[in-house]
Write a protein that binds this ligand. Structure first.
Ligand code: UDP
Length: 448
């Protein structure tokens, strides 16, 4: 990109320096120094969708911040037929604990589509970060010229053994794996790192909105504001338990009056979403609104205006929607699972629930107590400011990238050129060394 490009339309991309009022000057300087040390490296992130879901949201923010910090960062998305994404969604479900049948036909389709993608996507001379199971197997199709990192965003608290064994033949070819929580760590022969995602406070989903803007957005979708809003924002996915949200809301409405808005989208890599959305349409009534759209300003408006936000997930690697609502000072009632447990401190900055009945009771409690809402909302905002803003996430990636040292060596020489009687001379090696070796502080030891 032309360095003067930003002035063409008078726009400006977010920079680490913009975070100074939130994280302090010292943190900004530290981050820029770390980024400066990686200036000559190139990073490519690979995932399976440009929009819909947390990974796309994260990559959209992270890849820009990495570029404006001076690290050349690319984002490539694999393409696939619907049957491919139906298989990868099954694998996703299996990693979150659901039994599946991974037939040889499905494995063949998985391999075929990845091979087609490998032919189109150049990944040379880069640090390659592959996100989630969809593009995982790509690692088998490239000659590595830099470190490959597998970043898994799923709730791995109880993966199904057979699909995990299938995937681990690829995972072990990576140079490191990153999971959101320590408890997702697996028995693997590669170093594992643990860091939780974070949000971009300057994105259309999170930036400040005036009351008038919020009113306009809600009016556009004919969302009534005469009663308090109870909101869940989520891809239409069984793991997010939208049916449980409706049941909890109906129970709560026996004691308090409110409007429920379920807003969601359907990601291109999730073929189950449309069916779930259609099933949820059957739950609509005057005070239960179900919307499918791709409108980040609406998400922002709802998370701001809601009296309470729900994220009643049954599995959740980390809930971006939880952090987004908390950032806006809105109390969140979250499923007591996965990453949400590390985002919400029960009773302090939100509530954790295990059942529909508990969710209903908390909805009633929060709606009846404006002082509690304010107190929890303030605590929630402070939590996100301290722990879940993008610079912390960027820094953990920079530390990880910086922990790979580049090793240079002479290529193996043809025998006729080797001194003596065919034995390698000084500085020669008989096989190519690994392109890179991780040696971070918590690396469990030499690789493999
Ligand atoms: N999202 C959105 N529109 C919707 C539903 C979700 O923009 O209708 C966004 C939401 O704001 C969040 C992301 O999609 O940034 C969902 O991330 P999360 O980690 O909560 O869940 P995932 O979809 O990754 O399981």
């Amino acid at each position: 990109m032309d360095p003067a490009a930003e002035s063409v339309w008078g726009l400006r991309l977010p920079r680490v320096e913009d975070y100074a009022p939130l994280i302090g000057d010292a943190a900004v300087e530290r981050l820029l120094a770390k980024a400066g040390r990686l200036r000559d490296r190139r990073v490519v992130h690979v995932n399976s969708t440009y929009y819909g879901g947390g990974v796309a949201e994260l990559l959209s923010a992270l890849t820009l911040l990495m570029n404006t910090s001076g690290i050349r960062t690319d984002w490539r998305v694999i393409q696939g037929r619907p049957d491919f994404f139906s298989i990868t969604k099954k694998i996703h479900n299996a990693l979150q604990g659901e039994a599946i049948n991974l037939s040889s036909l499905k494995i063949r389709i998985y391999h075929e589509v990845l091979l087609e993608n490998a032919a189109r996507i150049p990944l040379d001379d880069s640090i390659v970060v592959v996100h989630d199971p969809q593009p995982l197997g790509l690692v088998a199709l490239y000659r590595k010229t830099g470190p490959w990192i597998w970043r898994c965003h799923l709730d791995l608290s109880g993966p199904q053994p057979a699909p995990w064994t299938f995937l681990s033949q690829y995972i072990r070819r990576y140079d490191a794996a990153v999971f959101s929580l320590k408890e997702y760590g697996q028995d693997l022969p590669i170093p594992q790192f643990f860091f939780m995602p974070a949000i971009n406070p300057f994105s259309a989903t999170n930036r400040p909105m005036t009351d008038a803007d919020i009113d306009r957005r809600l009016a556009h979708y004919r969302i009534p504001t005469d009663l308090p809003l109870v909101v869940q924002v989520s891809r239409f996915d069984r793991w997010k338990d939208p049916a449980g949200v409706v049941r909890a809301f109906r129970l709560a409405r026996r004691e308090v009056d409110a409007t429920l808005v379920l807003v969601g989208n359907v990601a291109t890599d999730d073929p189950e979403g449309q069916g779930i959305f259609e099933a949820m349409l059957g739950c609509q009534e005057e005070r239960i609104i179900v919307l499918s759209c791709q409108d980040t300003a609406l998400v922002n408006a709802l998370q701001r205006r809601a009296a309470v936000v729900l994220q009643k997930s049954r599995r959740e690697g980390f809930g971006l929607t939880v952090a987004e609502a908390m950032w806006k000072g809105t109390p969140v009632i979250g499923g007591n699972v996965g990453g949400i447990r590390h985002q919400i401190r029960d009773g302090r900055n939100g509530f954790l629930v295990d059942t529909v009945e508990q969710a209903a009771a908390r909805i009633v409690q929060v709606l009846k107590d404006p002082a509690l809402r304010r107190r929890m909302g303030d605590a929630a905002h402070r939590t996100v400011r301290r722990r879940f803003l993008l610079p912390r996430y960027l820094e953990q990636y920079l530390d990880l990238f910086g922990a790979f040292e580049v090793r240079f060596s002479v290529k193996p020489l043809r025998t006729s050129l080797i001194s003596g009687r065919g034995r390698p001379g000084p500085g020669t090696r008989t096989c190519p060394p690994p392109a890179a070796c991780p040696s971070p502080p918590d690396c469990p030891g030499p690789r493999r």
